[in-house]
Design a binder for this molecule. Structure first.
Ligand code: ASP
Length: 339
């Protein structure tokens, strides 16, 4: 049986071609993808293409587009076996993370991919990324989808979406999940690491919850920074502080007073690490004790992208019961290592 995949084209380099006369890049009509890539017809699945009206550079994508994609998947969920989203690489990890929180109890594959070189370029990485993503988006065994979560496929690797970060603007191998194993590798064979795949434990059916708050701020601290500046941002409800190593910050009375002042105003403080591998562990060094004293929330080994979109999704979300701190500490869909 041929599986049906809905391909949503949002923009980015993958949908561009080079004008060899001027040397500049231009978007091509993605509706014609089958002409551009006749190999797509050889894949054992039926592909329907839904292009965004205006292809976007992914730096123009945000909550509005995340909601659009989530709801479009929701509307078409029963009619397709898998979903493939073509996306610019710059903010793909944000979209993948946001979607992982918005698409509840997924039982079908959602794969995001893009490319470093346009599809119309001779040396493009787009073709392999697109064709193998289609394979993963249509992979079923015994009538059950093998992938039941939001993933990113890039340069021979299938990765958990909310664990990814774009770490190279230069190399084809642009994405990593330093705190989670690779879910699948494409080589001579296309393999999949079943033990690492996410499975929802909830008995509830699939549902879209596109709630997103924007009263979240992310701040990287650095040696010599004037923390007082943080007090000048009154509307911020969640402050995500990206601190040193395993959760340390300059240990002074002033640091404590400023962070406590924020807490007294009702600001939630989440702490994540500037290291991309490993994470925050309160209490390991005395320079993290301040965070325990002010009841800050540990982001453990979450990526910046995932902590931001998780906070945006949870803050004042009427569908969740519990305090922000309790909810944030929970592993919702494989984005954090707990326990
Ligand atoms: N600026 C582009 C984007 O993110 C880069 C890319 O697609 O690789 O849309």
């Amino acid at each position: 049986m041929k599986r049906k995949v809905l391909l949503i084209y949002t923009g980015g380099t993958i949908g561009m071609e080079k004008d060899y006369e001027t040397g500049s890049l231009r978007a091509f009509d993605f509706g014609n993808i089958f002409q551009k890539l006749p190999e797509m017809r050889l894949i054992e699945c039926e592909v329907s293409v839904h292009p965004f009206k205006k292809p976007l550079d992914s730096s123009d994508m945000g909550p509005q587009e995340w909601k659009l994609i989530a709801n479009y998947i929701g509307k078409n969920y029963d009619n397709y076996d898998g979903f493939l989203i073509l996306h610019g690489t710059d903010t793909m990890s944000y979209t993948a993370s946001a979607l992982s929180f918005m698409l509840k109890n997924l039982k079908k594959p959602v794969v995001l991919t893009g490319s470093q070189l346009p599809i119309g370029d001779l040396r493009t990485d787009a073709k392999e990324n697109l064709l193998t993503s289609l394979y993963y988006a249509s992979l079923y065994e015994n009538d059950e989808a093998v992938i039941q979560e939001v993933t990113v496929y890039f340069e021979y690797k299938l990765l958990r979406g909310n664990r990814t970060l774009k770490y190279s603007a230069e190399y084809f191998d642009a994405y990593q999940t330093p705190n989670y194993p690779v879910l699948g590798q494409s080589g001579v064979h296309l393999n999949i690491e079943k033990d690492f795949l996410w499975r929802s434990k909830s008995d509830n059916g699939f549902e879209v919850d596109d709630y997103i708050s924007r009263d979240v701020l992310f701040w990287r601290i650095f040696p010599g920074m004037h923390l007082e500046h943080l007090l000048e941002m009154p509307k911020m409800k969640v402050l995500i502080l990206q601190v040193f190593g395993s959760g340390t910050i300059f240990n002074s009375l002033q640091t404590k007073q400023i962070l406590q002042k924020l807490r007294d105003r009702g600001t939630e403080i989440v702490v994540v690490s500037q290291c991309v591998s490993g994470g925050v562990s309160f209490g390991k060094y005395s320079n993290s004790n301040i965070f325990t004293q002010i009841d800050a929330i540990s982001g453990h080994d979450m990526t910046a992208e995932s902590s931001i979109t998780k906070a945006m999704h949870l803050l004042d979300n009427p569908k969740y019961k519990g305090t922000f701190a309790e909810l944030f500490a929970r592993n919702i869909c494989g984005e954090i290592t707990v326990g």
